[in-house]
Design a protein around this ligand. Structure first.
Ligand code: ASP
Length: 439
């Protein structure tokens, strides 16, 4: 077995957490490639090292004294090193960081040091080889991740390394400077490494026991999803479910490498397995419920709209010209509605209305704001009769007025539009009917 294991910031926030991680890794000889994040929060209200680094660098960039801030960061690492009983010193590394900060090496360089230093400690602690991500992960001229170059270089480099620690979150830009992924990007590094070494599995260790059926801020102690497909996950992440960085799915999706989300603080839990496809029947008809508030709808009415070929294209052209992306376009015989993000739309509202009048001469345009979209996702809905019926009767019982329904023909998800104020009630009602009532 060849496993790539990534540990999030909370799993590496202190020496105590490091010890748990060390035990997890050494418990299974297959856990050969380790991707650490930077130390995260040790307690509520604590500050992640990545954020300390951003702050310290901004101070340096402004030409102010950043010594105390850098010392605070070094103390965080020192505490871990001492707690692990190691004799390692990071003085040399901090000397170099101090110099590079003074020379304004860049904000990405600064942020990446969190993972870099944690990688050095982790490699020393485990006795694994340290492979600097800047030497094996590349971005192209446009700043996009360079998949081919990285895959070639990384697979060659790791072919001769039995066990290694590769820090997450960063790589090298085309000009050789350090560049990071977006926040939470160590997840992406893990996927890239798993792809390069053809891992059997990519384990992503965090502080929750996997993906939950819905948001725990809305439903108390929701069930954990045991198996989810990449497609289902994509739908849920798009609608706001967060555990893994969204972009970490793409490198693995085509490779058929499963991801297992696990909990460092409860390693006995099996977590959530994310797979390309599976014939294992889901426990419930639905796999998950996610949603977002803050949408607006633009409802366009025009008599005999259906006879006007090109009507929809012209409407969408107006949104495109205003640089707005649309979410859904439910339509009737003489109506066409466009759902957009409210905050983006508000800035362009009058431009859109004028554009619509000019291009499609509607009879009326009706705007509605403060809407929420809820996605009910599940491969189990395919060819299952009555799912939509159950959703809508649950919503009716909960006195939620449904404003929009959209079901793709893949039958993988049903999107429901409700008013913002009904958002939580609606999610609870759907969770209760499909999950809580089945327990
Ligand atoms: N340390 C980085 C962040 O806080 C990257 C990561 O944790 O994945 O975003």
């Amino acid at each position: 077995m060849k496993k790539v294991v990534k540990f999030g910031g909370s799993s590496l926030a202190s020496a105590e957490q490091f010890k748990k991680v060390g035990k997890i890794i050494l418990d299974d000889a297959g856990r050969r490639y380790v991707i650490p994040s930077a130390p995260g929060k040790r307690y509520d209200g604590d500050i992640k090292v990545t954020d300390l680094l951003y702050d310290c660098y901004h101070t340096a960039e402004a030409g102010n004294n950043f010594e105390d801030k850098l010392k605070t960061i070094q103390a965080r690492y020192q505490e871990i090193i001492e707690g692990l009983g190691m004799s390692l010193s990071l003085d040399e590394q901090f000397k170099e960081i101090r110099k590079n900060f003074s020379e304004k090496a860049g904000v990405d360089y600064a942020a990446s040091r969190g993972e870099y230093l944690n990688g050095i400690i982790m490699a020393g602690y485990l006795g694994y080889e340290f492979v600097d991500a800047a030497e094996v992960i590349f971005f192209d001229e446009d700043g996009s991740f360079d998949d081919d170059k990285t895959d070639d270089c990384l697979s060659q480099r790791l072919a001769s390394v039995e066990r290694a620690v590769i820090p997450g979150f960063y790589g090298s830009a085309a000009d050789g400077s350090v560049k990071t992924f977006s926040r939470g990007g160590s997840d992406i590094t893990g996927s890239i490494v798993a792809k390069a070494v053809h891992a059997d599995i990519y384990e992503n260790w965090t502080d929750v026991s996997g993906f939950l059926v819905t948001d725990p801020r809305v439903v108390k102690d929701p069930e954990v999803i045991s198996t989810i497909t990449y497609k289902e996950l994509r739908e849920l992440s798009y609608m706001g479910a967060t555990v893994l960085h969204e972009d970490s799915i793409f490198p693995l999706r085509k490779e058929g490498i499963p991801i297992n989300v696990r909990n460092t603080n409860q390693p006995e839990d099996s977590g959530t397995l994310i797979v390309e496809s599976t014939c294992s029947k889901p426990k419930y008809t639905i796999t998950g419920i996610a949603g977002k508030r803050g949408f607006a709808s633009i409802n366009i009415e025009k008599d005999m709209m259906n006879t006007e070929i090109g009507f929809g294209r012209k409407v969408l052209q107006v949104f495109e010209d205003c640089g707005l992306s649309f979410e859904h376009t439910p339509s009737g015989i003489d109506t066409f509605t466009v759902y957009v993000h409210q905050d983006e739309f508000q800035e362009k509202e009058q431009q859109v209305i004028a554009g619509l009048h000019r291009t499609v001469q509607p009879d009326s345009i009706d705007l509605e704001s403060d809407l929420a979209l809820i996605a009910v996702v599940g491969r189990g809905m395919r060819r299952t009769r009555g799912t939509a019926g159950r959703i809508f009767s649950a919503l009716a019982h909960a006195h939620v007025n449904v404003k929009m329904i959209d079901q793709g023909s893949s039958e993988l998800n049903i999107i429901i539009g409700v008013e913002n104020r009904d958002f939580e009630t609606a999610i609870r009602a759907i969770y209760d009917i499909f999950v809580a009532s089945q327990l």
